[in-house]
Design a binder for this molecule. Structure first.
Ligand code: R1P
Length: 289
């Protein structure tokens, strides 16, 4: 039995942070960063059956072309992903009354609709990237004992050597996306590649405002990393954590990225709203097929 201090429930029976009860989780989950993006996704739904918000975790549940979906915001960063994926999994795979894991486990489809910066000049602003892998520079996933079972260790070793990675920043980890779900979401409209997940927006992604960074050449090294034909395409702040925890828990996860910045060319999209809207429509259509 999982203790009250470990699996925390609110007085209405909902789970602690995301404020949902088991019946409020559809098998397909859309994760967005910004809480304001949740109504932009659900605006396309046939109906909204339920909505709630606590802190940065805003949720709408409804259907798109008859397919039941939960869209939930995670805020920014891998630490919030640890909360959201673990709580979603608990809602479907732990009996909240007996506080025991269920015998019959449910596998969720988890799709991120996010924004991101391209690392390649030929992946321009306003394009889409599907993350074949999440490359975590954030350390969060190492807290889980079984993490080595799902990591791409050979690719990690190649990345560490290629970048002369400073061990003070912890060990990067690499996880592949959910292969079945990828088949539904990858088309010729989308680039594919390794997505780097950073534990911050400025220094950890090589942006210098007033503070110099530990490795000023890091983005060039990310740009030139290529392992067995897999190159690094983009940087953001959630994908590796989504991929790692989802895979350990038996869920399929894919991250779709709307490219709003191009780091090599120094450009930023003229219309963030439109590229995000286009990604939402693309993702919903592919999920409804
Ligand atoms: C940083 O501005 C945020 O934007 C990106 C990063 O991953 C980070 O969360 O994604 P979202 O727009 O999906 O939040």
């Amino acid at each position: 039995m999982i203790k009250e201090s470990e699996l925390i429930l609110n007085p209405d029976g909902s789970i602690y942070h995301i404020n949902l009860r088991p019946e409020q989780v559809a098998d397909t989950i859309i994760l967005v960063g910004d809480p304001n993006r949740v109504p932009r996704v659900s605006a396309y739904f046939d109906n909204i059956e339920f909505s709630t918000q606590k802190r940065e975790f805003c949720t709408h549940i409804g259907s798109y072309k008859g397919k039941r979906l939960t869209v939930i915001s995670t805020g920014i960063g891998p630490d919030n992903i640890d909360i959201v994926i673990n709580e979603l999994d608990a809602l479907v795979n732990i009996d909240l009354h007996t506080r025991q894991p269920k015998e019959q486990l449910t596998s969720l489809n988890i799709v991120r609709f996010g924004t991101s910066g391209s690392l390649q000049a030929d992946i321009p602003v306003d394009s889409f990237v599907l993350s074949s892998h999440g490359l975590g520079m954030d350390n969060m996933f190492h807290s889980y004992k079984d993490s080595p079972k799902v990591r791409e260790i050979a690719m990690e070793e190649a990345f560490i050597a290629h970048t002369s990675w400073n061990p003070l920043k912890g060990r990067p980890y690499i996880i592949a996306c959910g292969q079945e779900l990828k088949k539904r979401l990858l088309t010729d409209k989308v680039f594919e590649g390794i997505t780097g997940t950073a534990p911050g927006f400025y220094g950890p992604q090589g942006r210098v405002l007033r503070l110099p960074v530990q490795d000023p050449d890091l983005n060039d090294k990310l740009h030139s990393f290529n392992h067995n034909g897999h190159r690094m395409t983009n940087l953001e702040m959630e994908t590796s954590a989504i991929y790692g925890i989802s895979k350990l828990l038996g869920h399929q996860a894919v991250s779709l990225n709307a490219i709003i910045a191009n780091r090599p060319t120094g450009t930023f999209t003229k219309d963030t709203k439109k590229v995000v809207e286009d990604l939402i429509v693309y993702g919903l259509e592919q999920l409804a097929k």
